[in-house]
Design a protein around this ligand. Structure first.
Ligand code: HEM
Ligand SMILES: *[C@@H]1O[C@H](CO)[C@@H](O)[C@H](O)[C@H]1NC(C)=O
Length: 493
């Protein structure tokens, strides 16, 4: 290409043109769907369906498609083809009945760039099985150990209610106090320690997680997922995502290094100690090594922080917006627990109303509307369509949590959805944690946290809008649906 003679310059250009045309055709060929693949709009080379998707209101575009194609359809964004599954029956088919075929996670470019094949959330096959089994049993051991999980949460509840007390009923944004309190529970399990609410280094980390999850919902991330090779070279907020994850990873690595300094294999203090012990075992499974320790810990840390904390932030908003419901919860707390002791898990069975309110908050706040993508690990059929191995599946949890055939008032906050004759009523269609063998690993922990934190907050405070302010249920989309920043008053009871 640097040759001086004219022909030398021309030839490469024409070759490049031909090559380009070839690639374009190859690209179109490659996108031809397999026979009997779930239907969807015709894919466009390169641009895919970006043109169909209105990013300010992606659900609008997709709703039209669902209307046209039904409960299962495919959608192509750049190089990625997704199959979206709607409605309880089909979602359950994917997660449970045919669960064995859908245990995989796809390599979506942005997520893959950050997490690779490591850890819990994005790993696959043997490594995933081993990491998940180990994480579950370790969480269980620390929950049932000497200092039970319940006590840890009760202790953290005292710190949290003290910190809220300091606001003296004035408007404040509860976001990072709740975030810190919730995060301390998973931190005490993984790192063996909690962090003070005034610890500026830790507060910075919490803000990094928050910012990163938010950026992962922006158009930059979607563009990256569609055109990773191009976007790598284009500046933009997607690079902040990579930088933030590096910082979070360094934090976890520091914690691991500290653990190694005073590690005593006969007395494991937390998840990291147990994992180090697992690596050191003579017959250790090869999937236990330091890089996997870093990512498993990081996964527990961020997955265990943001989701539960976001749910509690929604809960406080709903309580302030529905004062009658808040009063009924408080009446139940006063009758069952009173003011002189802390809420305990044994109280839950005697508190059907409070339990129903927590479930309804989770249903309506729908914080992971499209769950986490799955991948088919074998060829199979779904609703009569051919779904080959490697297909990316999106279980639409929104379509289950708002199904108008299942819920009396799907779009209205209504604890009666979970009550029958004054008793708590379980609903099969309550799927905010997804379901099956790859469903949320932290569900039992999250349920304990939600009950104890929510109950103690309403035992101690009444939540209401600041004077002359109208609280809004508007959400911010990122990796999770979370409330837009708000200020609220917590009046001591
Ligand atoms: C209200 C709280 C929570 C909600 C709504 C929630 C929801 C979810 C959902 C929908 C998934 C995807 C599951 C699937 O693919 O089927 C998931 C996965 C996961 N969650 Fe949660 N979660 C919550 C709390 C937690 C907590 C407290 C932890 C920490 C222990 C946690 C750890 C994880 C992990 C590690 C995964 C990946 C599991 C795997 O790929 O095998 N989650 N969660
Ligand atoms: C998910 O389900 C909801 C409710 O039925 C619907 O409005 C939305 O468009 C669906 N999203 C996708 C991606 O299919």
């Amino acid at each position: 290409m640097h040759t001086q003679d004219g022909r030398g310059i021309l030839t490469p250009i024409s070759i490049r043109l031909k090559k380009g045309l070839f690639l374009l055709i190859a690209d179109c060929m490659e996108r031809r769907r397999p026979k009997n693949f779930p239907p969807g709009p015709l894919p466009l080379p390169f641009l895919g369906h970006l043109l169909h998707v209105d990013f300010k209101q992606p659900h609008r575009t997709v709703e039209k498609l669902a209307g046209k194609y039904g409960n299962i359809f495919s959608l192509q964004l750049g190089n990625l083809t997704f199959v979206i599954v709607n409605g309880f029956q089909l979602v359950k088919e994917v997660l449970v009945h045919q669960g064995e075929y859908f245990l995989g996670r796809p390599q979506i470019p942005l997520m893959y760039e950050i997490f690779g094949p490591f850890g819990l959330v994005t790993s696959n096959g043997h490594s995933w099985k081993q990491q998940r089994r180990f994480a579950l049993s370790t969480l269980r051991n620390f929950g049932l150990g000497k200092r039970s999980l319940e006590e840890r949460i009760q202790e953290e509840s005292r710190y949290l209610t003290d910190a809220i007390e300091e606001e003296k009923g004035q408007p404040f944004d509860p976001h990072f106090k709740i975030n810190n309190a919730v995060s301390n529970i998973i931190c005490s399990i993984t790192f063996g320690d909690r962090f003070e609410y005034h610890d500026s280094h830790f507060q910075k980390l919490l803000r990094l997680i928050d910012e990163t999850l938010y950026l992962q919902g922006t158009i930059w991330s979607q563009l990256y997922d569609s055109f990773p090779t191009i976007m790598k070279w284009i500046p933009g907020p997607h690079h902040t995502i990579f930088k933030n994850w590096e910082k979070l990873k360094s934090f976890v690595k520091e914690m691991i290094a500290k653990h190694k300094e005073d590690w005593n294999p006969s007395e494991p203090r937390d998840f990291i100690d147990c994992y180090l012990k697992e690596i050191a075992k003579a017959d250790a499974d090869p999937s236990f090594y330091e890089e996997n320790l870093v990512f498993s810990t990081l996964d527990l840390f961020f997955a265990g922080t943001e989701t539960t904390s976001t749910t509690i932030r929604w809960a406080l908003l709903y309580m302030a917006l529905y004062p009658d419901i808040q009063e009924r919860v408080q009446a139940e707390i006063d009758a069952v627990i009173g003011q002189s002791r802390q809420p305990a898990m044994d109280d839950r069975d005697n508190m059907p109303y409070t339990n129903a309110v927590i479930h309804e908050v989770q249903r309506i706040s729908n914080i992971l509307p499209l769950s986490v993508p799955r991948m088919a690990t074998s060829d199979t059929t779904l609703a009569g369509f051919y779904v080959p191995k490697g297909t990316v599946l999106i279980p639409n949890l929104t379509s289950v949590l708002f199904d108008k055939n299942e819920w009396e008032t799907p779009h209205t906050f209504n604890p009666k959805h979970f009550l029958e004759d004054g008793q708590f009523k379980k609903k099969e269609t309550f799927l905010p944690f997804s379901a099956g063998k790859r469903g949320c690993l932290g569900e039992p922990l999250a349920r304990i946290e939600l009950f104890l934190f929510f109950t103690v907050l309403l035992q101690k405070f009444t939540f209401q809008a600041p004077k002359d302010v109208k609280l809004s249920l508007k959400f911010r989309t990122g990796l999770t649906l979370c409330p837009q920043p708000y200020k609220i008053c917590a009046l001591s009871r």
